[in-house]
Design a binder for this molecule. Structure first.
Ligand code: SF4
Length: 455
């Protein structure tokens, strides 16, 4: 389903839309407060951007260095070209261990690889241990946000779901009570876990170790009981070393949730005695993306979610309307590479206000890439006829200043006398959720001509 249509579904529930909008804006404001407390914030962003650009420009070298050191530490390293290879590798590790249950912490990469449905078809039970992920797993939905996967659900809905799945008291949707019930339920799985899986936030080339950031400690709970730890990372997660890690850790949690640091920042260097760590390094289209002159910088993303929280389109259309694992502004520049035809509308799901680029801790020029994708969509012949006609018409109008001025004058007059129902009706989707301000009597140009000589 195209974004506009899916967004319309989300918008049908007005109170939910308002609440979703406000909840994410609250997170954005928390981020601003944290940022304001760091005088060298802009320097940190510059540094983070430079580190990522340097690493991505020398990725082969850093990945090899990382692999050599990880192997030396006793970590088993696997390379997966695509999602299928990744999923088969996880399955093989589980089968070799004779295990049919996997306790897993949040990993957007495994969502991207559609790993859970694959494993479930092969008879493996996957237990999501992040609270938000467990909620949407119970609800049989996809995450709608990369950091807050169940942000689209209200506590009353979670309460109802837990009544059914965990036998909580009917009508009790107190968040503390529900969290307590989830904790008790997950603890049994942590204690029984033989294989646990995590994502990777940063992989350090100089040491061969990697870092996983969570707020719930669920990654650590799973791993410490299990004898096998599987970690999956995209090739872009590697950074040179510890001093670079410090830059990202100062930016990540502040940008994501407005916290000074994630509650748990766990470093994995080598497996404990009698335990195994398997690290799967996944490409899945990233190398191809890296080769795209205008778009490779999108791989700098550290998945903080700040661009989602600030985006007026995301906040009022919900994550599911994007139809892919990574929604919001960053999703709209990563997704078209997956299937330009299917996702040709996503670069248009933006006002190009640039707020996403302003908050991005690694300074990805997101709105500029969205604009470049729009050109690419047109060049590849994927622009809808309606849009093409509209753009052609506006192009001609804007190229003729006199005609533009006359049209403006006419439109201002016409709008003043046009009956309201002719503008605000079902045939004009623009007017369904917007109201035009009173048209001014004169254009800015006319006003300027009249006033420029007045002191
Ligand atoms: S693009 Fe930037 S702001 Fe958006 S999730 Fe990635 S790092 Fe965060």
């Amino acid at each position: 389903m195209k974004h506009a249509r899916a967004a319309r579904e989300f918008l049908r529930n007005g109170p939910r839309t308002d609440w979703h909008d406000q909840a994410l804006w609250y997170v954005r404001q928390k981020r601003d407060l944290q940022k304001d407390g760091i005088p060298d914030w802009e320097d940190l962003r510059e540094q983070a951007s430079a580190i990522k650009e340097h690493t991505l420009s020398n990725l082969d070298q850093y990945l090899e260095e990382f692999e050599t050191n990880a192997l030396r530490n006793g970590i088993r390293v696997h390379w997966a070209l695509n999602a299928q290879e990744h999923n088969h590798m996880v399955l093989e590790i589980l089968q070799q261990a004779g295990v049919n249950r996997l306790v897993k912490s949040k990993s957007m990469l495994t969502e991207e690889c559609q790993m859970n449905p694959f494993l479930e078809k092969k008879g493996i039970e996957v237990i999501e241990s992040d609270l938000g992920e467990r909620i949407i797993q119970f609800a049989e939905q996809d995450p709608s946000h990369i950091v807050l996967p169940a942000i689209h659900m209200k506590k009353e809905e979670v309460g109802k779901l837990f009544e059914k799945k965990l036998g909580t008291k009917p009508g009790n949707h107190d968040p503390q009570y529900l969290t307590g019930a989830a904790r008790k339920h997950l603890r049994e799985h942590f204690l029984a876990a033989e294989v646990a899986m995590t994502g990777v936030n940063f992989a350090l080339a100089e040491s061969g170790g990697f870092v996983v950031c969570t707020n719930e400690g669920n990654a650590d709970m799973g791993i410490h009981h299990a004898s096998i730890h599987i970690a999956s990372m995209g090739i872009e997660k590697v950074i040179p070393g510890k001093e670079h890690l410090a830059v990202f850790l100062r930016l990540l949690a502040r940008s994501a949730t407005g916290q000074p640091v994630t509650t748990y920042t766990s470093h994995f260097q080598r497996p404990d005695r009698d335990k195994e760590i398997h690290l799967i390094i996944v490409d899945n289209g990233r190398s191809e993306h890296l080769g795209k002159d205008k778009f490779w910088r999108a791989l700098k993303c550290i998945r903080c979610g700040a661009c989602l929280n600030t985006c007026p389109v995301y906040r009022r259309s919900g994550g599911h309307s994007y139809g892919y694992t990574i929604p919001g502004p960053i999703g709209s520049i990563l997704t078209p590479r997956v299937d330009l035809k299917a996702f040709s509308d996503l670069p248009y799901a933006s006002s190009l206000c640039g707020s996403c680029s302003d908050v991005c801790p690694v300074k990805i020029e997101i709105h500029e890439q969205l604009y470049h994708w729009r050109q690419e969509v047109n060049e590849q012949g994927e622009l809808s006829r309606k849009k093409k006609l509209g753009i052609r018409f506006m192009g001609r109008l804007l190229a003729r200043p006199r005609l533009y001025q006359k049209s403006g004058k006419f439109a201002r007059k016409a709008l003043r006398i046009t009956p309201r129902f002719l503008v605000y009706n079902r045939l004009n989707p623009w007017g369904l959720s917007r109201d035009l301000p009173e048209p001014p009597r004169q254009s800015f140009q006319e006003w300027y001509r009249e006033n420029r000589n007045k002191s």
